[in-house]
Design a protein around this ligand. Structure first.
Ligand code: GYE
Length: 321
């Protein structure tokens, strides 16, 4: 073979590779992600689901999405079905903190990596999951508490708080209570006179606030709700009882979803502590990194702020959820 011919063949082979490579890349198997969502209990959750679905589609990840309707048993079933389907990665937002060890061990035995998103688990064996990405709920509770301390610092007399807790046993309910209490204990005038779960929904928030109003009436000075949906339900109850939110009862809430901004602009909510549901991009990035064999940080914390009603109208156009 002449030198010239050899070079020609070499060039042809190289050229055919150049064409063949992107085609084989295209034919490459898509990453399959099993995601078990808690439910659709709040505006926050809907935004979270949308963020996850949209980003998976954009990143070309095959998402197996399952809605547990706020029941742990449904989540456990979904996780087991992801094992059976041999997905590449499992991610889930655990509705409550406890009771996951058995299923997490099954997943580990199947060698499927687990990412916790939004809420965490209380498993002692931290090798059962790779990372936990989401907010610092205790800090959110502290932010709510600090806002209240500042609000009452030049006033006199008791500050009677009623608290609407999130889902019993869930990370955000436990930690938002803890963080708030940690801060308000420095001011003995602030007292939580009633505290009950409203399960993070508007309907329950309204129902429980009605009961609080019946029992305590005008004694109530402040409502601390663990999410905006419950606060919005409670605002309805307050108005129906002939009282004025903000004026008669200070309303403090968490999430800072659009509904809260609308309430603040309407003068019916004092403040909402931000909790971002837009976890899709960081989740999909983590899934890709995992499949590529990279090591993830054990904890990925979402950065967030706090929005009092005075800034609501100005901030509203910038809100994405
Ligand atoms: O605050 C609430 C939702 O886990 C952070 O769940 C989430 C909480 C959020 O239902 O609105």
């Amino acid at each position: 073979m002449t030198q010239k011919r050899r070079t020609l063949i070499a060039t042809m082979v190289a050229a055919s590779f150049a064409v063949a490579l992107p085609m084989s890349a295209m034919a490459q198997k898509k990453i399959v992600l099993g995601f078990s969502q808690i439910g659709a209990e709040s505006e926050w959750r809907t935004a979270n689901t949308n963020s996850i679905k949209e980003t998976a589609a954009k990143e070309g990840i095959d998402l197996k999405f399952s809605d547990a309707q706020q029941k742990q048993e449904n989540q456990i079933k979904a996780l087991r079905s992801f094992i059976a389907q041999k997905v590449d990665v499992i991610a889930f937002a655990p509705v409550v903190e406890s009771g996951w060890d058995t299923v997490l061990k099954e997943i580990k035995a199947a060698k499927i990596p687990v990412i916790l998103t939004d809420r965490s688990v209380d498993s002692k064996d931290t090798s059962l999951y790779v990372t936990f990405m989401g907010s610092d709920f205790t800090e959110e509770g502290r932010k709510a508490g600090r806002w209240l301390l500042e609000k009452v610092k030049n006033t006199k007399g008791d500050v009677n708080v009623v608290e609407l807790q999130g889902t019993v046993g869930s990370g955000p309910a436990i930690d938002r209570k803890k963080g708030f209490e940690e801060i308000i204990k420095s001011e003995p005038r602030i007292k939580i006179i009633r505290s009950q779960t409203g399960d993070f929904t508007r309907a329950k928030g309204k129902e429980v606030m009605e009961a609080f109003l019946k029992a305590e009436g005008k004694k109530i000075n402040v409502l601390y709700a663990h999410n905006d949906d419950m606060a919005i339900g409670a605002i309805q109850a307050i108005e129906e009882a002939g009282l004025k939110p903000v004026k008669d009862i200070t309303i403090i809430s968490v999430d800072a979803v659009k509904g809260a901004f609308e309430a603040m602009i309407a003068g019916k909510m004092d403040v909402s502590v931000e909790c971002s549901p837009l976890l899709g991009p960081q989740l999909m990035a983590a899934v890709k990194d995992l499949v590529a064999g990279k090591t993830l940080p054990r904890r990925i914390v979402t950065q967030e702020g706090i929005f009092p009603m005075e800034v609501a109208a100005k901030e509203f156009p910038n809100r994405k959820y």
